[in-house]
Write a protein that binds this ligand. Structure first.
Ligand code: HEM
Length: 336
């Protein structure tokens, strides 16, 4: 049995950890040319540095536990055990700030993340890796590598070349939607008052083999609330963990788990284009976070967005398909 951290990403992790590669004829060539996953993680390290033992993105964060309860409303569309009526799963979660800065200020604009595994009593597991913007930074892994490379600070001056960044922004319109969303939406007052989005689409498959593209939205029962400028000042750069601990002492934090359905013509594999808010949604589960947990609960593991039960498949979105391997590269580097 593999350690939990490697389940799901087993193939990629085994490859990246060098298991069974010695006799492979392509090994020498692969060593010379970094894979796209390695380029992506190198890009993150170029911007944020290497922090021993820490994730290369979503670096600042903490663990929590809770429960997943399916409504059963998705059962006609999928055989997934996690979505059948009455399905209840144990949740291990991690809240985080986007990017690789271990001291990223929590009162500043930016991306917030929620990852979790939902494990049914029989062992069937689904993992979610979500952020609080409905679109991602770039449309393709290659474009994301370019986004990161141009932001790497000059080794001498330790400054980012802002003229080069402005020129690259203008030349790469796929980078604009997420930057605009972050600019226009205040940072959340609490991890519990933020919506979280799966961004990449997935494919539900039912008993008859019918296939349906969907996207995930997690809507906070406490409502979406951002910090006012005065609250940003008063809260300071480190408050999210204490805020959540205090909140959970009074009762669980909860999200309505929604599937969003595309209409004809909506792009199915484009992480920088959200589907309109007017698209139909269906509440298929509730996520309830009940307690914070120590670092042993989630620090040494990864969450893998393509660890899915039968009845849910990854879409062809190139961003989704780059993620599992990039996360495995990050894991192997932080476990070294
Ligand atoms: C090609 C695109 C992407 C790359 C290269 C990338 C890279 C990474 C890496 C290297 C990590 C650290 C993994 C670890 O060590 O466990 C990470 C974590 C994370 N990523 Fe991504 N990511 C991408 C896209 C996305 C998208 C689309 C989302 C959300 C929909 C997302 C949400 C997160 C979150 C929430 C974490 C923190 C995970 C945790 O708490 O364990 N990422 N990402």
């Amino acid at each position: 049995m593999l350690p939990h951290a490697l389940r799901g990403a087993a193939g990629a992790a085994a490859l990246l950890l060098g298991l069974g590669m010695a006799a492979h004829p392509a090994a020498a060539q692969m060593a010379a040319e970094p894979s796209i996953a390695e380029q992506l993680v190198n890009g993150l390290e170029g911007v944020f540095g290497q922090h021993a033992g820490r994730r290369r993105s979503g670096t600042r964060g903490f663990c929590a536990t809770g429960e997943w309860m399916a409504t059963g409303a998705a059962a006609p569309m999928t055989t997934a055990s996690t979505l059948q009526p009455g399905a209840r799963a144990a949740v291990v979660a991690r809240f985080s700030l986007g990017g690789g800065n271990p001291n990223a200020p929590e009162n500043a604009p930016g991306v917030r993340g929620l990852s979790f595994s939902a494990e049914l009593p029989g062992g069937d597991t689904q993992e979610f890796v979500l952020i609080n913007t409905p679109v991602f930074t770039a449309r393709t892994p290659e474009s994301f590598v370019n986004f990161l490379r141009v932001r790497a600070p000059d080794p001498q001056t330790r400054q980012m070349n802002s003229a080069a960044v402005a020129a690259a922004n203008a030349a790469n319109p796929d980078w604009a939607p997420q930057m605009a969303y972050v600019r226009e939406n205040a940072p959340p007052r609490s991890y519990a008052t933020s919506a979280y989005f799966g961004i990449n689409s997935f494919v539900l498959v039912n008993r008859a083999g019918q296939r349906q593209h969907v996207r995930w939205t997690f809507e906070p029962v406490a409502g979406r609330h951002g910090l006012t400028p005065e609250e940003r000042q008063a809260r300071g750069p480190a408050f999210l963990e204490a805020e959540l601990r205090e909140r959970l002492a009074a009762g669980p934090a909860e999200w309505r788990v929604l599937l969003q359905f595309p209409e004809a013509g909506d792009p199915l594999d484009d992480a920088v284009t959200a589907w309109p808010d007017s698209r139909r949604t269906l509440e298929v589960a509730r996520l309830r976070i009940t307690a914070l947990a120590g670092p042993e609960a989630c620090d040494a593991r990864l969450f893998n967005p393509v660890l899915l039960p039968d009845g849910i498949e990854p879409s062809a979105d190139p961003i989704l398909n780059a993620r599992a391997e990039a996360y495995a590269v990050s894991l192997s580097r932080r476990l070294q």
